[in-house]
Design a protein around this ligand. Structure first.
Ligand SMILES: [Zn+2]
Ligand SMILES: [Zn+2]
Ligand SMILES: [Zn+2]
Ligand SMILES: [Zn+2]
Ligand SMILES: [Zn+2]
Length: 313
């Protein structure tokens, strides 16, 4: 009888494990290379201390640092969490669980918005910064083919309460309400006698890159307002789908991890208005460029098929 490790003969006490024999001092943990006295785990024919095995093969929770021995969650950024942390607050902007180890904490703003400290660094908190970015995003929209010329799009920072007061629909579970474009229409009977674009409202404290996507979305609503002079209503999923599409096209030009994250959120959004609307709009881009697509939609109030697009433009 020879020891599996040192190949020397065994006399006296020995360890028998998975049909092999070892001297006590030769029965070593594959992880720490120290002898195993008590319980062990076998992997690929090799013994491991249980804690060493866990350290080597079981990830630790990013929040509480305990080994993730049961089913766990993983966020977009690769952080793994105990399933029980699902109830913790996540950052409205990046989706990470807000806690010390992952995000260095975060801020719950008085209006209820939760932003982690990775994101607060570039928060847009002043009106002058908001206005400057709005003008930059008008240029970005123009370079995508939608020019607002000298149309006015005053943009004001506001809080969650005011946004929800003015929202045109109520379900924001799948798509948080962070911006709004506001206009007013005056009717005499059923006839529109005047229309006015009032302003764009944007959630305050958003990190700058996220703020930019919300602004370009609302500027696209403004473009539809100004280019639809009869004020005919567009189906909600079509107009929203187009606005999300513009966000997506702008993000595609940004080569950052945050832009990639935001594009993933857009592509996977289950919402029937924002998600399905976006996917239909993106598909329609196969048939037309953006500016033609936007005009087609105002005229026909639907997305084009390959066939109908062929006869347009
Ligand atoms: Zn031995
Ligand atoms: Zn060990
Ligand atoms: Zn945990
Ligand atoms: Zn964040
Ligand atoms: Zn919208």
């Amino acid at each position: 009888m020879r020891c599996q490790r040192c190949q020397k003969p065994i006399s006296g006490n020995y360890v028998r494990a998975f049909d092999k024999v070892w001297h006590h001092d030769c029965f070593l943990c594959t992880g720490c290379q120290k002898p195993i006295a008590g319980q062990y785990i076998k992997k690929d024919g090799q013994p491991w201390h249980i804690p060493c095995f866990q350290k080597a093969f079981i990830p630790n929770c990013a929040v509480c640092n305990k080994p993730l021995t049961e089913s766990y969650l993983q966020d977009y950024w690769g952080n793994k969490y105990c399933a029980s942390h699902r109830k913790y607050a996540t950052c409205t902007s990046c989706g990470r669980i807000v806690c010390g180890p992952v995000t260095n904490g975060g801020m719950r703003f008085p209006d209820g918005l939760m932003i982690c400290h990775l994101c607060t660094e570039t928060g847009v908190t002043t009106q002058s910064k908001a206005t400057k970015i709005m003008w930059e995003m008008r240029e970005a929209l123009k370079s995508l083919g939608l020019n607002l010329y000298n149309a006015e799009t005053p943009t004001r920072l506001t809080n969650r309460d005011e946004l929800h007061t003015h929202s045109r629909h109520s379900n924001h579970d799948e798509h948080p309400l962070l911006g709004l474009a506001q206009w007013s229409t005056t009717y005499v009977g059923k006839r529109i006698v005047s229309r006015q674009f009032n302003e764009i409202l944007i959630q305050t404290n958003l990190p700058e890159d996220h703020f930019r996507t919300v602004v370009i979305h609302e500027l696209t609503h403004a473009w539809f307002f100004y280019n639809n002079p009869k004020g005919e209503k567009l189906p909600l999923h079509i107009e929203e789908g187009m606005c999300v599409l513009v966000e997506y096209l702008w993000l595609k030009k940004q080569k950052t991890d945050d832009a990639q994250y935001r594009m993933t959120i857009i592509k996977e959004c289950p919402d029937p208005i924002y998600g399905d609307g976006f996917r239909a709009a993106l598909k329609a881009m196969n048939f037309m460029r953006l500016s033609s697509l936007a005009r087609y939609i105002i005229e026909k109030k639907k997305f084009p098929s390959a066939f109908s697009a062929f006869f347009y433009e």
